[in-house]
Design a binder for this molecule. Structure first.
Ligand code: FAD
Length: 341
């Protein structure tokens, strides 16, 4: 029997530790649970919200008059064809992402190691095409299975169907709220395939390792991340709050005249990516607080709950930052975090 909980505090399901009560909440252990929960939401005519690890969500303190499905679907399997240098690994959506990374690197499968220590679940990783240290999940992604909320049928999405972009996919854009991802399949290499172009990762590896394997890279990434990022258990946060803006060459040239030390990356599209962290820092916000919300002292892209912050505290701080960056640089920052008002 499906266990429907009532009036559950969502703050305990988000890494920001912010969020009001959900009228109904189901921890779904299998596909049948998810289907049943969706049908209940339809019968009651209430909105649905899917949560994995709650690490990319900012949820209002107001009560959510709907049904929350927490994805707890577990299981990892692999297919390895004889004489192939690749392995297909399929994980259910409720697997903890970092557990999957460890599962693969311990077997010396290459492909996910740079994405170590990112919080959250496997099911959410395609939603914003998670990325770090020069890699994104689209680089190893093969397909995913998702449940259509409308008619409860399963559909397979291949790489070409997902419109993966920088921290985006079709599931964050055109098909937002239409599908529940139930499993994801990756193609990983059995031959060494390190991607160490990222400066600090290269340094860490050079310092410590001679014959490198995937687990070494995972450990190096974990070490760097632990030294820079706030642990959500200590300071609630959802990682990078904003996306790095992409601007035209003309806009960039004008900015460079005014700010010659501006940081940037040329993109293949011809656009120029400017690190939002640099803009926020130059606007004077790094390490600063506004009420109970603050900007992390080691990384200005991360907004933290300093203890007891409300949804409005975070909103107020982030809106202030958006206005000040706009005034100073003429660039409008957009949130990477999913905001549920
Ligand atoms: C300290 C910290 C560091 C981080 N570092 C990075 C980083 O380096 N790179 C990066 O890309 N991200 C990073 N993040 C953000 C976050 O970890 C990722 O976006 C992660 O994939 C979110 O997973 P989740 O399970 O917690 O998703 P949730 O926060 O639970 O959900 C995120 C969104 O996906 C939807 N969703 C969740 N599960 C499903 C599903 N099964 N089917 C359909 N929709 C679903 C939700 O409705 C919501 O809109 C970081 C976060 C923190 C707290």
């Amino acid at each position: 029997m499906l266990n429907i909980q009532n009036n559950v505090k969502l703050a305990t399901y988000t890494t920001f530790s912010i969020g009001g009560k959900a009228k109904y909440l189901v921890e779904a252990e299998n596909l049948a649970d998810i289907r049943q929960a969706v049908e209940i939401a339809k019968d009651k005519e209430v909105p649905l919200l899917i949560i994995g690890g709650g690490s990319n969500l900012l949820i209002s303190d107001r009560d959510f008059e709907g049904l929350v499905i927490v994805n707890k679907l577990k299981g990892i399997k692999e297919i390895r064809e004889r004489n192939s240098n690749e392995v297909l690994v399929t994980a259910k959506a409720g697997e903890v992402w970092d557990d999957l990374v460890k599962y693969t690197t311990k077997r010396n499968y290459w492909g996910l190691e740079n994405l170590a220590y990112i919080p959250g679940t496997v099911g959410a990783c395609p939603v914003q095409n998670i990325g770090a240290y020069g890699r994104e999940i689209k680089d190893t992604f093969v397909s995913l299975e998702a449940l259509n909320i409308e008619d409860l049928t399963l559909r397979t999405f291949y790489l070409k169907d997902c419109n993966f972009g920088y921290r985006s996919s079709i599931f964050k854009e055109g098909l937002k709220g239409k599908y529940i991802i139930v499993s994801v399949t990756f193609k990983l290499s059995l031959l060494p395939a390190p991607a160490l172009d990222y400066g600090s990762l290269q340094e860490e590896i050079n310092k410590e390792v001679v014959n490198i394997n995937a687990e070494d890279v995972r450990l190096a990434v974990e070490k760097i991340r632990k030294s820079k990022l706030p642990e959500p258990k200590e300071f609630g946060n959802a990682g990078s709050f904003f996306k790095n803006p992409e601007i035209s060459q003309e806009e960039f040239e004008k900015l460079k005249e005014k700010f010659p030390d501006i940081k940037y990356y040329d993109l293949p599209s011809g656009l120029v990516k400017v690190p939002a962290g640099w803009l926020i820092e130059r606007a004077g916000w790094k390490g600063k607080d506004l009420g109970l919300a603050g900007v992390w002292h080691q990384q200005a892209l991360i907004v933290v709950n300093k203890g007891g912050a409300s949804f409005n505290d975070i909103k107020f701080l982030t809106k202030t930052i958006i206005c000040e960056v706009k005034d100073k640089f003429g660039i409008e920052l957009t949130p990477e975090v999913n905001i549920i008002e």
